[in-house]
Design a protein around this ligand. Sequence first.
Ligand code: EPU
Length: 420
Amino acid sequence: MDKLVVFGARPLIGEVKISGAKNAVLPILAATLLTDEPCTIKNSPNLRDTNTMIRILRSLGKNVEFDRDVIEVTSKANGKFTAEYKLVSTMRGSFCVLGPLLAKLNKARVSLPGGCVIGVRPVDLHLKGIEALGAEVKIEGGYVNAKAKILKGNHIYLGGEFGSSVLATENVMMAATLSKGKTIIEAAACEPEVEDLANFLVKMGARIEGQGTPRIEIEGVKNLHGAEHKVIPDRIEAGTFLIAAAITKGKITLNGVIWQHLLAVIDKLAQAGVRVKRTDGRMIVNAKTRLKPVNITTLPYPGFPTDLQAQFMALMAVTPGISIITEKIFQDRFMHIAELNRMGANIQREGPHSIVQGVKYLSGAPLMASDLRASAALVLAGLVAKGRTDISRIYHLDRGYENLEVKLKALGANVRREKE
Ligand code: EPU
C-alpha cells in the first residue's frame, strides 16, 4: 500500500491542467453497453475508478483499450448480464450498468453496492425508476435481478428524502433511451455529469431533452449507435485545487475548467476573501489576503457540492473565527473530522452540522485516509501544517484524483509517494 508524505507551509504557485470528470466518465462508459458499435471517449481521467469500470465492461464482454486519455470500446457485448460483487463493491459508481444492461438485454443482474463510510446509500430510487419502466425487480443473494419483456416509457417522479439522485437519474435515463414511447423524469438530478452523459447518449442517437434541468424527457428509440465524446472537466478536482491555493495562500491558474460548474464554490471562496478570476477556459485563484470564516451547506447542483465539503472544512479549520458546515446529502460524511482534529483542528460534530473553530496552525501527524474526498482534505491540511504529515491508505485518493502528487509537486508542494 502507498502513503503520501507531505511537508507543509509552502504556498502553491503555478499552473495545473484539470483532468476529465470521474463522475462523468463512469456512466458514459456504462452507456457504451447500450450499443454494439465502437465508442471513443476522450479526455478520460486515468483513475482507479475508471479502470474498475473498464474491468466491469470487459467482464461483460466488451473490448476496451485505454491509451493516454482516450478509451476505445469495441466488440459486441456477449450477452453476459451480471456485474459481480467483487467489482461493484469497490466502487458504487459501477451500479450504473444496471440501466444499460436492462435496456439492451432485457435483463440485468447487478450486485448491490452496499453502504460505505459516507453513509447508508440506498438504491430505492434506482429500483423505483426501472420498475416504473416495467421491469420486474427481485433482490436475491445480494444482487438486484431485473428483467422485462419490454420496457415502456412512463412519467416518473425520482425525488428522494435527500433530493435528487445522480446515479438513479443516470440509470433510469439510460434505460429509457431504448424503452418504447416517452419517459419523463421529474426531480431529475441537474449535475453537469448527468448532462454530459445525456449529451453522449444523444450522440449515440438517443432522443433526450431537458438534461441539466429537473425535468428530463426521453423519447425511446429502437437502437443506439457508436459515438465519440469528450468528457467534461472534473469540477471537484478543480474545486480541490482552488481550495489548495486558498489554504496555502498561493496563486494557481487552472486550465481546462468550466466556470459555470463551480459557481457555488467560487461564491463561498469570495465570501472567505479569496478572489477567483475568469479568463478563457481558465481560472486564476489568488489567495494572498486574510481569510474569513463562512458557513456552507451542501446541496444538489447548483448548490455547494458534498464532494468538496471535506476540503472546505480543512480550509475553515485554519481560518480565524467560527464556521458551520452542514452536510445535507450524505449524513455521515464527516470521517475527516477526527483526523483533522489530530492535527490540532478544533471541529465538533452536532448531527448534520460541524462547528469549526479556526486555529492558528495545524501540525503534521500520521493520518489515515477513510474515503476519497476525506483523503483530499487531509492532503490539503498537510500542505499547510507545520512539519511532516503521513497519509496512509491513499488508494482512496487514487480512485478520484489523477496524479495528484505530481500535479501538486509541479505547483511547488513538498509531497511524495512512498511504500508503507
Ligand atoms: N439516495 C436515496 N436513494 C437512492 C439513491 C440515493 O435515498 O436510491 C440518497 C443518497 O443516500 C443521498 C442522496 O440521495 O442522500 C444523493 O445521492 P446520489 O444518489 O445523488 O449519489 P450517487 O449518485 O450515489 C454521485 C457521485 C458521488 C456524489 C453524489 C452527490 C458518482 C459515481 N458518484 O453519487 O460522488 O457525492 O452523486 O453529488 O457519480 C465522489 O466522487 O466522491 C462521490 C461520492
